[in-house]
Design a protein. Structure first.
Length: 104
């Protein structure tokens, strides 16, 4: 039963269900919010792999490290877009998604 699962377990099940249909567009609202750091890295690596394979990922996060892995960031404050930027990649840095929406 879902109520017997921890928040992290519920989140992993939700991610697995979302990916089962091999979507071309994936909406990810705080995809690592309830996960430990090792599982969070695994989820981000998976999102990056899906993106390399052609999926578009729209991710909402408050975590600057996750947003830094995205190709684009849209910063929203009080419901208003305040900044849109394409991140310049550093050597060896990997990107996760076509877009990331970051709420400040």
């Amino acid at each position: 039963y879902p109520a017997e699962l921890s928040g992290g377990q519920q989140q992993r099940v939700a991610i697995a269900r979302a990916l089962a249909g091999e979507p071309r567009l994936l909406l990810a609202d705080e995809p690592t919010g309830n996960l430990d750091s090792q599982m969070a890295r695994s989820v981000m690596d998976l999102l990056e792999e899906l993106n390399r394979d052609g999926a578009t990922i729209v991710m909402v996060t408050h975590d600057p490290q996750l947003a830094a892995r995205a190709q684009r960031n849209v910063h929203v404050i009080d419901g208003q877009v305040v900044d849109m930027s394409e991140e310049v990649r550093l050597a060896g840095r990997r990107g996760a998604a076509d877009e990331a929406i970051t709420h400040a």
